[in-house]
Design a protein around this ligand. Structure first.
Ligand code: GAR
Length: 217
């Protein structure tokens, strides 16, 4: 039985699209049962509809700072769609610790940096300012702290002299679209195990590939 997944978005939804595309494969262990946006103007909503995925809009603005009230409505929708796993894809709203605890081990997020470096806003700008030569993206389990939690998968890209935040963001985005479906595949097929703050992967042989940046020549 495929695990039923909700993707939560606030914007363009390119990670959402990557997950929807991956989930079309007959051997993918999860199905995208619903896409939920907290913003009416999220471009991802139209993209989800075009892919014939159910969509729900729960505008968060009217709830102001009352996160718990927003989450009560959200939980109701998740229940209606019999959701087992949540993927956050550029979902720009903080949760209460209670909501996060309830979904601990069942909710993933993606962030465009090699966490724990550069959490929060403008991770690409932060990476350029720090002068790192390699950056990337991280899929992790969600905990109450923003952009933190047991790391499931990471992908790295070189940072080039002269990169703008936009150029780096584009390079990292292609990696995001590769690792998010793979991380969801691992979670949905029961291959992830949480050991305290760490995530261990059944049958994980690691990767034999290295990335050196800049290349010497
Ligand atoms: C992605 O780059 C994602 O990693 C980032 O928002 C973007 C959403 O793009 N998430 C965060 O910064 C979380 N702190 P998308 O809507 O095209 O998937």
């Amino acid at each position: 039985m495929k695990r039923r997944v909700a993707i939560l978005i606030s914007g363009r939804g390119s990670n959402m699209t990557a997950l929807i595309e991956a989930a079309k494969a007959s051997d993918f262990p999860a199905e995208i049962a619903v896409v939920i946006s907290n913003r009416a103007d999220a471009a991802g909503l139209a993209r989800a509809k075009a892919s014939a995925v159910a969509t729900e809009l729960i505008e968060s603005k009217p709830f102001g700072k009352d996160r718990a009230a927003f989450e009560t409505v959200l939980e109701e929708k998740l229940k209606q769609h019999r959701i087992e796993l949540i993927c956050l894809g550029g979902f720009m709203r903080l949760f209460t610790a209670e909501f996060v605890q309830r979904w601990y081990g069942r909710m993933l997020n993606i962030h465009p940096s090699l966490l724990p470096s550069f959490p929060g806003l403008d991770p690409h700008g932060q990476a350029l300012k720090a002068g790192v030569k390699i950056s990337g993206a991280t899929v992790h389990f969600v905990i109450p702290e923003t952009d933190a939690g047991p790391i499931v998968m990471q992908g790295a890209v070189p940072v080039q002299d002269g990169d703008t935040a936009e150029a780096l963001s584009e390079r990292i985005l292609t990696i995001e679209h590769r690792i998010y479906p793979e991380a969801l595949r691992l979670l949905a097929s029961g291959r992830l195990r949480l050991e305290g703050d760490l995530c261990k992967i059944e049958g994980n042989g690691g990767s034999s590939e290295s990335l050196i940046s800049p290349s010497a020549r």
